[in-house]
Design a protein around this ligand. Structure first.
Ligand code: F0G
Length: 456
């Protein structure tokens, strides 16, 4: 086992520590979330972020992986023990059409396209971390609750590595077709719970505890270690410089938590000069973070963030999450406290955007030739909103994380472009600014030619 790593309660007043070989979804002393923490003095670190990954690296599975390439910044495993299925080789690129759409100056907007992961979403970054830990502790069965992508990623890792069997819990009718296809095809045992993600999440916490199953939801701190690397790839894409802002969608709030931790550590280690500001974007139909931050005044406050008040808030919460961005259709995010910490570290903000804005933003992303699923486009819709509010300067350099691939949720894309009424029926979404539905033509050469001349 690597010397510098241990686990620690995130609350500074508690700061309970324990070995990384323990499997604990929460602090044994106070019940809060836990981090993987490092004694950085014992770690081998470069002098600057730029020196972290030499330009010419020897080709091997650890360098191929966009997660383990940065393993010096998540040093909880010995080299040779890390699990990888080729995750994290994702694209960071400018997106001029999206820049124009959101109102940023040319050259200021970049997309971090996590749809390129083996299972088509950012979850593979985290799953590499969780599987590496699971291997270390000898776990044989893994479980998750999921809005779809975690289950697809777990199923892929389980079948590709053979380390653990996969058990997944999904809300009935709540998961996009592409994602369910993956879980089934990759051989995960899939349980469809009557209810939504929040119900499934509550149940899987109980199940994993009572049945002794390894939990790979984002309460697992080793998953978040893997997800830190998404930020390292953005920094690498900018030659080691920080952008001014990073935008990401917020669901269970694992990603935002990981991003805040990544930047906090890099700053502490002197590997970056400046911490970017983080914007976490909910869908309006699942806006718990936006609500508790902007209306209830929840803040990290050095760890005294108000767990009891939050417990009361969630006890009284009757609303069920409802959004076409099904990946973030979550009203009871398990990482709320860590996300508040991330907002504190990054001077971050939270907002929410309606489904119609999310789908318009998604269609604009598509014009760049790299499609994303609805939840991912919340980051772009949120950016447009914050530029309009004047919170983000038109000159700011911004990176939007696109968390999942277009093909995950084809029903949303086709409903939007074809304007066939399917989205209105289920989500009350009408219109759409950028439809591009198929042109229907009879099987007649003259009529086809007419149509092509008119529309082509
Ligand atoms: N985007 C996509 C495509 C997702 O699948 C998720 C989460 C998020 C954003 C939100 O990320 O939870 O870290 O705030 N999907 C989880 C799942 C909940 O089960 O696949 P978060």
């Amino acid at each position: 086992m690597s010397a510098p790593a241990f686990q620690r309660c995130i609350i500074p007043d508690c700061a309970w520590t324990f070995d990384i070989a323990e499997i604990l979804p929460g602090c044994p002393a106070c019940g809060e979330l836990v981090d993987v923490a490092y004694d950085w003095d014992k770690a081998e670190l470069p002098k600057s972020f730029k020196d972290l990954v030499p330009e010419k690296t020897v080709a091997g599975p650890l360098e191929f992986s966009g997660v383990w390439r940065f393993r010096r910044l998540l040093p909880f495993s010995e080299d040779g023990t890390q699990v990888t299925i080729g995750e994290g080789r994702t694209l960071f690129r400018p997106a001029p059409k999206v820049a124009e759409y959101v109102g940023l100056k040319p050259g200021r907007l970049f997309l971090q396209y996590e749809g390129m992961n083996p299972s088509g979403s950012f979850k593979d970054n985290g799953m590499a971390g969780a599987f590496t830990h699971a291997k270390l502790v000898g776990a044989k069965v893994a479980a998750c609750a999921s809005t779809g992508n975690t289950s697809a990623s777990l199923a892929a890792f389980a079948s590709a590595t053979g380390i653990m069997r996969a058990v997944v819990f999904i809300g009935s009718g709540k998961i996009a077709m592409g994602k369910l296809s993956q879980a089934l095809e990759y051989g995960a045992r899939t349980f469809e719970i009557e209810g939504d993600f929040d119900d499934a999440m509550a149940r899987v916490l109980e199940v994993s505890k009572r049945a002794g199953i390894y939990l790979v939801n984002s309460v697992n701190p080793f998953r978040l270690e893997g997800q830190k690397t998404i930020m390292y790839r953005i920094l690498a894409g900018l030659g080691g410089e920080s952008p001014d802002w990073v935008f990401c969608p917020g669901g269970n709030l694992g990603n935002s938590s990981a991003f805040g931790k990544a930047f906090g550590e890099l700053k502490e280690l002197g590997l970056i000069d400046r911490v970017p500001r983080l914007a976490v974007i909910n869908a309006t139909g699942a806006r718990t973070l936006s609500r508790v931050v902007n209306e209830e005044g929840f803040r990290w406050n050095g760890g005294r963030w108000g767990r009891e008040r939050a417990d009361g808030f969630f006890r009284d919460l009757k609303d069920k999450a409802h959004t076409i961005a099904s990946a973030i259709e979550i009203n009871r995010p398990v990482n709320l406290s860590k996300c508040l910490r991330a907002l504190d570290i990054t001077d971050g903000v939270a907002r929410d955007c309606p489904d119609s804005d999310i789908l318009d933003a998604k269609a604009v992303v598509g014009t760049e030739g790299i499609g994303c699923e609805p939840a991912s486009a919340a980051s772009v819709a949120g950016l447009k909103k914050l530029v309009e509010e004047g919170v983000v300067d038109k000159d700011a350099r911004v990176a939007c994380v696109l968390t999942g691939h277009l093909l995950k949720a084809p029903e949303a894309t086709i409903g939007y472009h074809a304007q066939d009424g399917s989205l209105e029926k289920k989500y009350g979404i009408t219109g759409g600014r950028f439809p591009n539905g198929p042109v229907k033509v009879p099987n007649d050469i003259e009529k086809i030619l007419d149509a092509v001349r008119r529309e082509g």
